[in-house]
Design a protein around this ligand. Structure first.
Ligand code: Q7Q
Length: 291
């Protein structure tokens, strides 16, 4: 039976550990094979000593496991289960055969429009699924996206996900580049810094820009990034097509209620132009004599 139909209790002896897939701030990820079924997966190892008790990190990991274990979508990395021993926590995850998206982006500097559009369509599909479950991701950026063996994107990191609506308590750290104005404004400055799923629409706009341009739209010093986000102050280079520019401008809107909703993103002319693979591809086959 496939892994996810197996009994829920797992232990380390069930797995052969393969090559390291990468190491992050809180853990290392390894290729692994479940011995009885031969099922290939990724095993993320976190040291309990690093998840100091009662700190935000331990709660964040618990929340992440709880959220990700209940999600099933082709563009969201599956978490099949988890277990722990005296010193470590182990997460059993779907293996993404082409690794980290940000490495592909750095190597190619920026993606051609057809590829960027297909990636944005996949992210919009994953976000629609998350929002239907009232989960806000809040941290959609290339570093949190993996690539499957068939080139499909998989959101991998739910460390910042919460159930909507939300009132942020944890102080933000790391890059501000992807945060919307309603999350970078300081507390109590005329807003109760609560927000909803529409924060992911802003991040999708930043992601679209970064796919096409190769850097984030508000990338600057910390202080300037804050200010430029708060004003939606960005310039879109002339090599970006008018359709792509139109979509970016409809997502990077200060007022969350005015951002293009996800179903409209999926119907946007730029997405349709590059993603409706069905009839056009077969037409092309027909044109070439259908070989
Ligand atoms: C609390 O944690 C929740 C889950 O977080 C992750 C799940 C799966 C991950 C990475 C995750 O977070 C980032 C991280 O821990 N790194 C070590 C940095 C990147 C390593 N990925 C490399 C990688 C290549 N092929 C993969 N197939 C599946 N998963 C992978 C990878 N990584």
């Amino acid at each position: 039976a496939p892994m996810y139909n197996q009994p829920r209790q797992f232990h380390l002896g069930m797995f052969e550990i393969g090559r390291p897939l990468g190491k992050g701030k809180f853990g290392r990820v390894y290729l692994a094979r479940e011995r009885s079924s031969g099922f290939i997966c990724a095993l993320k190892v976190l040291y309990k000593s690093e998840l100091q008790h009662g700190s935000g990190v331990e709660k964040q990991v618990r929340r992440e496991v709880e959220i990700q274990s209940n999600l099933r979508h082709p563009n969201i990395l599956k978490m099949y289960g988890h277990f722990h021993d005296s010193k470590r926590v182990f997460l059993i995850l779907e293996f993404a055969g082409r690794g980290e998206l940000y490495k592909h982006l750095r190597k190619e500097s920026r993606f051609p429009e057809w590829k960027a559009a297909q990636y944005v369509a996949q992210m919009a599909s994953a976000l629609r699924y998350l929002h239907r479950k009232h989960v806000i991701h809040r941290d959609i950026k290339p570093e949190n996206i993996l690539v499957g063996i068939h080139g499909e994107l998989k959101i991998s990191d739910f460390g910042w996900s919460v159930h909507a609506p939300n009132h942020r308590r944890t102080t933000l750290c790391g890059t501000l580049d992807y945060l919307p104005p309603e999350m970078v404004r300081p507390h109590g400055s005329g807003n109760d810094n609560s927000y909803d799923e529409k924060v992911d629409l802003w991040s999708l706009g930043v992601l679209t820009y970064e796919f096409l341009v190769g850097e984030a739209p508000f990338e600057d010093t910390m202080v300037m990034t804050h200010r430029r986000i708060a004003r939606a102050d960005m310039t879109i280079p002339s090599f970006v097509s008018p359709e792509a520019r139109d979509l970016i401008k409809k997502l990077l809107v200060l007022d969350p209620t005015k951002r293009l909703p996800l179903d409209a993103v999926q119907q946007h002319p730029w997405i349709i132009k590059h993603c409706v693979k069905g009839e056009r591809a077969t037409n092309r086959d027909k044109a070439k004599g259908g070989e």
